[in-house]
Design a protein around this ligand. Structure first.
Ligand code: P6P
Length: 344
């Protein structure tokens, strides 16, 4: 299917999805309805995020989520919004939220569909009170079990290569939805005056090499040696690589990822040994690493755990964590050289 080009800039996401559907042989409209439900959920979350400071939605809800993190009120609103909209679409057989321990069953009044979605309803929520960009991340699979009932664990634990779509919304200076269904990556910017996402970034490709590295340097003492050597090389190896790398770290995954996707560069959240409960680092495989790996590969980049391609990882449990090194292919390959001992 031909990717949108510049003359398509400005078309609504609904028209883009319908064009996609018309050009997809055998398409029934189910996938389009699922994506439209996701788009609606993100518009509702954007509305809540935009007014958070005014209606005291800010602040903490006083509960702790499955990750052991303090849940913000907006987290709860976003989680409920995505669950309601996707369930009501009648196109999903189950959902997995970063905020909930177990598979989310679809309320009985709705039909079951053939898709399932892993999602992080509001990533970066610790930044909410500081008005720093936050985001929603989603990852779409087809069910692999033959059943008209709810999904089971086998459906939920598919490797990232089985994704049929993925994307994120960044609630920042503007609200941008970036997603792919396997034919490249497109970005849509919300025009709040008409409540429509309009195509603003057709066929995104990430630069082969960047000048930005994103990592929480406060964890330096907890990194493995190859990661330390790579970051030292970036900072002190100018005489060799002749590039002045700039450090940029928002501490909100979608913000750091989106900037590097467009400008080029590398984001790293390696395994850090400061928390024995998280020897594989902080980020989740199914609702953070896999969807962003899908996007970056569709945009010409790479995503690795250091040991293997992110999308090849066979998940063992739904909230599994993984180190994530993701971005411009030439930068990720140099990191891999340090990991595999090809660089001292
Ligand atoms: P740290 C936000 O809480 C998050 O899950 C990601 O959005 C972000 O990339 C990461 O954690 C930041 O973690 O340990 O650097 O504060």
């Amino acid at each position: 299917m031909a990717e949108p080009s510049q003359e398509n800039v400005g078309i609504t996401i609904s028209n883009h999805l319908l064009l996609n559907q018309q050009l997809s042989t055998g398409a029934t409209g189910s996938y389009t309805r699922l994506l439209q439900a996701l788009v609606l959920a993100c518009k509702i979350i954007q509305r809540d995020v935009a007014k958070a400071g005014l209606v005291d939605v800010l602040g903490r809800a006083g509960t702790i989520n499955v990750q052991g993190e303090e849940v913000q009120k907006l987290d709860e609103l976003a989680n409920t919004t995505v669950k309601r909209r996707l369930s009501a679409s009648g196109e999903v057989c189950g959902l997995i939220s970063e905020e909930e321990a177990d598979i989310i069953e679809i309320p009985r009044q709705y039909p079951r569909g053939n898709y399932l979605v892993h999602f992080d309803p509001l990533d970066g929520s610790s930044n909410i009170d500081a008005n720093v960009s936050i985001g929603t991340i989603f990852s779409i699979y087809r069910r692999i079990t033959e059943s008209t009932n709810d999904m089971d664990l086998q459906d939920a634990l598919q490797p990232g290569v089985q994704q049929i779509g993925a994307g994120y919304v960044i609630y920042g200076s503007s609200c941008i939805l970036v997603f792919s269904t396997g034919q490249g990556v497109n970005g849509f910017t919300l025009d709040p005056s008409i409540g429509e996402f309009l195509l603003s970034h057709p066929n995104i490709k990430t630069p082969a090499k960047g000048k930005i590295y994103s990592i929480n340097e406060g964890n330096y003492g907890y990194w493995d040696e190859p990661t330390k050597k790579y970051i030292d090389w970036l900072k002190h190896g100018y005489s060799e690589h002749k590039t002045h790398y700039t450090a940029r770290y928002v501490g909100s995954l979608v913000a750091d990822f989106h900037r590097n996707l467009l400008y080029g560069g590398i984001f790293l959240y390696p395994a850090d040994l400061k928390d024995p409960k998280k020897p594989q680092g902080k980020l989740r495989l199914m609702c953070e690493a896999n969807p962003l790996a899908y996007i970056i590969e569709q945009a010409g980049g790479l995503a690795t755990s250091g040991r293997e391609r992110i999308m090849d990882i066979e998940p063992r449990y739904i909230h599994q964590r993984t180190p994530l090194i993701i971005g411009s292919p030439d930068d990720v390959k140099i990191y891999q050289d340090f990991v595999e001992g090809r660089r001292p």
